[in-house]
Design a protein around this ligand. Structure first.
Ligand code: HEC
Length: 452
């Protein structure tokens, strides 16, 4: 706003005068921003979770001495919304999430101002008390649900220093003697080293159920199987099912793992671990949530991205029952650039649900809708996924812009889909919901869409 106000005057005053004007405006009412007073509280709230001793991040951001050498890089990452990892467009689609770790505009401005002002330390009297963190390998959800009901481990695999990608698919029995409803699941690599080689971990659920499709059917269309219990990737650690919803584990079931491993120049041996948190015995949720794959490329398994080009594909999935979508997690590989998820309602209206405009291959972030924001959609809605690929030098993750890139499972091949936990509800539930929520929608149309 400030800038806009001054623009008119600028033409008359000329460039030299502009510098003076904006410098004065910037100084007016501004105090010196220091690490101890202004920046440390933000880092404690938004960065230390990952940037502290013993975690996977490249450096600790706890003390001034640790932070100072990174000031320039911090400004760059924060101002471009690259860090903290939250790569969602904030101007379209649903904006209320259960796990939002992004910075506010004010926080970004404070950090940028601090770096521009010489990244000063400030008075140690202002430094907030150090935050205490659990050490290393605790389960994240144990805070909320207590220790997991069961923990399952896959076999170990030794990934050599060099070689092609590997898909390791061992089987682990789930030892329960009666049906149990699951309220949350969490996966982690067995060791910090293992995080380097694991591209993703799938825990497919194999169990006998009448009328169910096989455990390898992840499509939203074949929605009857137990499907996938959980998918893990950097940026996605757990699923918590909403009130009165969960997954069902039956006696005799197995976890059919898929560990997608890639070589990183050193030999690493590791496995995956799965924690299952149960509902109390006898408590049966009404709804069953299913983890589904919404494709970003209908009928285009022959994806073909020309060298030095940008490509776009779309995928469509029909919801055969009314449903609530619980989250949005775009999955692409090295050429991934952006992905959106829209709902085409039976009346023809198109609603933007979520749009990740700065997809980053290092981060398969899971955007979990807040309770009051999760979209509830009528039967017959079509989910439209649009995916954009950048096979040019502008993409810092691109290993070789001169290659043709096709569809495939290897990291150097490309794919696009969104992992979404879908809770199917009944027609009556939908009617009740719609009556309560009319005319408001669970998501607002953006200003941009309204202008179109
Ligand atoms: C969810 C975990 C997580 C959070 C939260 C997070 N980071 Fe990071 N950060 C990482 C990881 C992992 C990397 C290395 C991979 C990458 O660059 O994406 C990284 C990389 C960085 C880098 C680049 C370091 C380099 O090698 O140049 C900077 C700077 C940075 N983070 C700053 C921050 C700041 C500042 C915050 C908080 C405002 C923050 N990060 C929050 C995990 C996180």
């Amino acid at each position: 706003m400030l800038h806009a106000k001054f623009t008119g005057a600028v033409y008359a005053l000329g460039a030299a005068a502009l510098l003076t004007v904006s410098a004065n405006a910037a100084d007016a009412g501004k105090k010196t921003v220091t690490f101890t007073k202004d920046v440390a509280p933000i880092f404690q709230a938004k960065c230390e979770e990952c940037h502290r001793a013993g975690t996977g991040a490249p450096m600790s951001l706890v003390t001034y001495e640790e932070v100072r050498p990174w000031a320039k890089s911090i400004k760059q990452r924060v101002a471009t919304h690259n860090m903290p990892p939250w790569h969602l467009d904030k101007t379209s689609g649903i904006q209320h999430f259960a796990n939002d770790r992004s910075l506010s505009d004010d926080q970004i401005a404070t950090i940028v101002q601090w770096v521009d002002g010489g990244a000063q330390k400030g008075d140690m009297k202002d430094m907030p008390a150090a935050k205490t963190w659990p050490d290393g390998q605790g389960w994240i959800l144990a805070k909320q649900f207590g220790e997991p009901g069961i923990v399952l481990k896959s076999e170990d695999y030794t990934m050599p220093a060099h070689g092609q990608d590997v898909w390791f698919k061992p089987l682990t029995a789930v030892n329960i003697d009666e049906p149990r409803w699951v309220r949350a699941v969490e996966i982690r690599p067995g060791t910090a080293q293992g995080r380097k080689i694991m591209h993703h971990v799938l825990a497919r659920l194999q169990q006998d159920e009448p009328g169910a499709t096989g455990p390898d059917d992840l499509s939203a269309a074949g929605a009857n199987g137990p499907g996938l219990l959980m998918e893990w990737a950097i940026g996605k650690n757990y699923d918590i099912y909403r009130e009165n919803a969960g997954k069902l584990l039956l006696p005799g079931s197995h976890i059919w793992w898929e560990l997608h491993l890639h070589a990183v120049g050193e030999e690493i041996r590791d496995h995956a671990e799965l924690a299952v948190y149960f509902y109390p015995k006898g408590q049966e949720p009404k709804y069953r949530t299913r983890l589904m794959l919404f494709t970003g490329m209908s009928g285009q398994r022959g994806l073909d991205i020309a060298p030095n080009s940008i490509a776009e594909t779309t995928g469509y999935t029909l919801l055969r029952q009314p449903a609530r979508l619980e989250n949005y997690q775009p999955h692409m590989h090295l050429r991934g650039k952006a992905m959106s998820m829209e709902a085409i309602l039976p009346d023809g209206q198109v609603q933007m649900l979520s749009y990740v405009d700065k997809f980053n291959f290092n981060w398969m972030n899971n955007y979990i809708y807040a309770d009051d924001a999760a979209p509830v959609l009528p039967k017959g809605t079509i989910i439209k996924i649009t995916a954009w690929y950048d096979n040019t030098t502008a993409n810092p993750h691109n290993p070789d812009p001169n290659q043709w890139v096709g569809f495939g499972d290897r990291t150097v091949d490309e794919m696009s889909h969104a992992w979404v936990n879908v809770t199917y509800i009944t027609d009556q539930d939908y009617k009740d919901w719609a009556a309560k929520h009319k005319p408001a929608r669970p998501f607002d149309r953006t200003a941009q869409q309204q202008q179109q």
